[in-house]
Write a protein that binds this ligand. Sequence first.
Ligand code: ATP
Length: 133
Amino acid sequence: MEPKLQQHTSDEPSKLSYQLIKQITNDFDEKRLLGSGGFGTVYKGVHESQGEIAVKVLRHTILGLDDKEFHKEFNNLRGLKHQNIVKLIGFCQESEEELAEFDGKQVSATHIHRALCFEYVHNGSLNKHISGN
Ligand SMILES: Nc1ncnc2c1ncn2[C@@H]1O[C@H](COP(=O)(O)OP(=O)(O)OP(=O)(O)O)[C@@H](O)[C@H]1O
């Protein structure tokens, strides 16, 4: 199930394809790594119209397991507007059928690519930025 966009205004986070996420992070280049947290790994992406953005690639788990968490995080962030809260500008949720080995056999598996894209915060860590130190 996709995150629902109640009303599509220019202020709403937009849906980005996995191909675009890959492209703007230079195929998740290590040199673009900004850090990692509880939910996943954060890369710097360079978006054609948005410029520099932070791409949080959410950890991949088995189909459906973290769906609720993703929607919770998405719905909490989508409407927030505050000087101390980074803006959510886009999201990606795309499934891909892949061949995987299971029990010595080749099986078809669904890999869900999920990412949240935020405005890029300069000046080092968010903590430092928010506290003003
Ligand atoms: N918008 C951003 N702009 C620049 N760097 C960012 C941005 N968001 C995250 N980062 C970098 O990525 C690191 C990990 O961020 P992330 O939000 O995943 O972890 P966290 O702050 O530990 O929170 P959580 O545990 O909730 O995921 C941060 O410490 C920061 O260095």
